[in-house]
Design a protein. Structure first.
Length: 284
């Protein structure tokens, strides 16, 4: 089995063994997938459109059952885990959905507060943490706004805040930069990096190869339904030409123009939008 990092295998929080997935009677969209995600790792999940990235994420957060093979999550083999125990496992996973999946009848504040309320957290604690986090992602003036009145980028940040508010051990994000410009995309990625630094394992599915090249984390490449796990850029670079219109060189050139993304605060206005990233520790 290919292991995602150099850490000991017993630190893996996600394991796939010979996993296959098909929808109905159709062909397999995922084939013989084997990998282990180590605690505290950070990976980009990449591949052409239709390669199965969203399907793989759904298997990880238990929205789908595999057609074959074994999946383990937090040392629980899912096939033999009692059904009543699954919600508790899911609550340890934060998910940023590609289509947001916000509740339109609730305010931004109430959407973000929902995971804490479901977990039975005291309302005074909910108020403190939700208010601080929404302010931290630049939505202090939109807490009572409902999703239909927010822009796509604002909804994306509400979705991200909801995913991280309960301090998940594993964060899965499906195209989190798909509705924002390049500058905001890098800002959000640095938010995920800060969470990872604080201990959250992160997997991000993305088509944004500028971000992948620039940040240089490990990569999970889906190609024809099979998973290739790599950490070295040089080994995976030939595949990138198929993912970026205008060739890999164009993506690299664009990434160089975003060199200011090396840290928080190097973008004009970053501190106004996100505040001091060290403050994240106060409520996570």
């Amino acid at each position: 089995m290919i292991v995602a990092t150099d850490r000991a295998p017993d630190e893996a929080i996600v394991r796939f063994e010979n996993v296959g997935l098909r929808y109905g009677l159709g062909p397999e969209v995922l084939k013989d997938v084997n990998f282990a995600l180590q605690k505290g790792s950070f990976h980009f999940l990449i591949g052409e459109s239709g390669a199965g990235k969203s399907s793989l994420l759904k298997l990880i957060y238990l929205a789908l059952k595999p057609s074959r093979g074994l999946i383990s999550l937090f040392d629980h083999e899912i096939a033999i885990t009692p059904r009543p125990d699954l919600p508790a496992l899911r609550r340890r996973v934060g998910v940023v959905f590609q289509e947001f999946k916000l509740l339109n009848h609730l305010s931004a504040y109430d959407n973000v507060a929902l995971p804490l309320r479901v977990a039975g957290v005291r309302e005074s604690v909910v108020k403190k943490h939700v208010s601080e986090l929404l302010a931290w992602v630049g939505l202090e003036q939109h807490m009572q706004a409902r999703p239909p009145t927010l822009s796509g980028g604002q909804q994306q940040r509400v979705s991200i805040a909801r995913a991280i508010i309960a301090r998940p051990q594993l964060l899965l994000a499906d195209e989190p930069t798909g509705n924002v410009d390049d500058v905001m995309g890098f800002r959000l990625m640095h938010l995920f990096e800060e969470l990872n630094r604080l201990g959250t394992t992160v997997v991000i599915a993305t088509h944004n190869m500028q971000v992948v090249e620039r940040l240089g984390h490990g990569r999970l490449l889906l190609d024809d339904g099979r998973l290739i796990m790599e950490s070295a850029r040089a080994k995976i670079a030939p595949k990138l030409e198929n993912l970026v219109p205008g060739s890999r060189q164009k993506a690299l050139a664009a990434a160089e123009s975003a060199a200011a993304a090396d840290s928080f605060g190097k973008y004009p206005g970053d501190s106004e939008i996100f505040g001091d990233p060290s403050s994240l520790k106060d409520y996570l």
